[in-house]
Design a protein around this ligand. Structure first.
Ligand code: ATP
Ligand code: MG
Length: 282
């Protein structure tokens, strides 16, 4: 079983990429913030009937850190993200966001979800609403933002990600890549503490993948804390501060991408990467 802060057995992973990961400033700017850990999972277990999918997940994600979850199909990446967003109840363990235990009994689930953005492979935009309305709806209805303020913020986001001219279009008039970018922008409009992305490029044609990955890269540069389930190893290698391999219901191996991809320690990680290479995905 892995321990919180890393299975490396090394001298406890310091906040952000201590093993020489890309150097966005360590938790920079959080003056006075006591808890630089954005997300923490302790011994998280989850079964579906007799199938034990998560068997004790320990994971700590620092503020501004980008963690990529990799692993075979069915290894539990989506389940893990869904547990973090409280879409699935966990069977054991705890999940904390900025020190608050969100899995404690009696916690207001809606309030917690406001702090966590999640984007899925299928973009789930509201088809009968314009791009702009898709983005402003939750800030207005859930955060009770003034409509003008919500609109100004939505337009700023659309502008930032090159979609301002699509503000009045309906989703079915956008390309898949554009729709996925709107879905990401919609999650960002809620100003989440943590953004969870589940295979957000896997429904897209290859030529559309790049534009979505560009958005995620940009968010990483700007310090958004993210946990990303992905089969895009090249992207994980380039963007993640840390890569975690899920196998057998635990995080079998974790570390900075350059180490995981070039010198995997666990035989099962080597086997996983060998299959990825064979499939031409690395
Ligand atoms: N709601 C559910 N009910 C029953 N079994 C489920 C449910 N959701 C997931 N599972 C099972 O849990 C296991 C993990 O699924 P999960 O979707 O988390 O894997 P994954 O790592 O995201 O796979 P992929 O790479 O294909 O997306 C699978 O065996 C899946 O069939
Ligand atoms: Mg999945």
């Amino acid at each position: 079983m892995t321990t919180v802060g890393g299975s490396e057995g090394g001298p406890g992973r310091a906040i952000r990429g201590s093993e020489g990961g890309p150097g966005r400033a360590a938790g920079g700017g959080g003056a006075g913030r006591r808890d630089a850990v954005a997300l923490r999972l302790e011994g998280v277990r989850k079964s579906f009937g007799p199938l034990e999918v998560l068997r004790g997940i320990d994971l700590e994600v620092a503020e501004h850190e980008v963690v990529c979850l990799i692993g075979a199909s069915g290894s539990g990446k989506s389940t893990l993200l869904r547990c973090i967003d409280l879409l699935e109840p966990i069977d054991a363990g705890r999940i904390l966001v900025h020190g608050e235990e969100i899995t404690a009994p009696g916690v207001d689930v809606d309030r917690v979800r406001r702090r966590i953005g999640i984007v899925f492979q299928a973009f789930n935009l509201f088809p009968h609403m314009t791009v702009l309305r898709n983005v402003t709806l939750a800030p207005e209805k859930v955060l009770r933002k003034d409509p003008r303020e919500a609109e100004a913020e939505a337009l700023a986001l659309l502008e930032r990600f090159g979609l301002a001219e699509k503000r009045d279009e309906y989703p079915d008039r956008l390309s898949g890549g554009q729709q996925q970018r709107v879905a990401i922008i919609r999650a960002l409009a809620m100003r989440p503490d943590v953004l969870l992305l589940d295979e957000v490029t896997s429904a897209l044609d290859p030529e559309l993948i790049a534009e979505v990955l560009d958005v995620i890269r940009e968010l990483a540069r700007q310090g958004m804390t993210m946990v990303i389930a992905t089969h895009e190893m090249g992207f994980a290698r380039e963007t993640a501060d840390r890569v975690c391999l899920l196998d057998g219901g635990v995080i079998l191996e974790e570390g900075p991408p350059e180490r995981i991809f070039s010198e995997p320690r666990e035989p099962r990680t080597r086997e996983f990467l060998r299959r990825i290479v064979e499939a031409g995905r690395l």
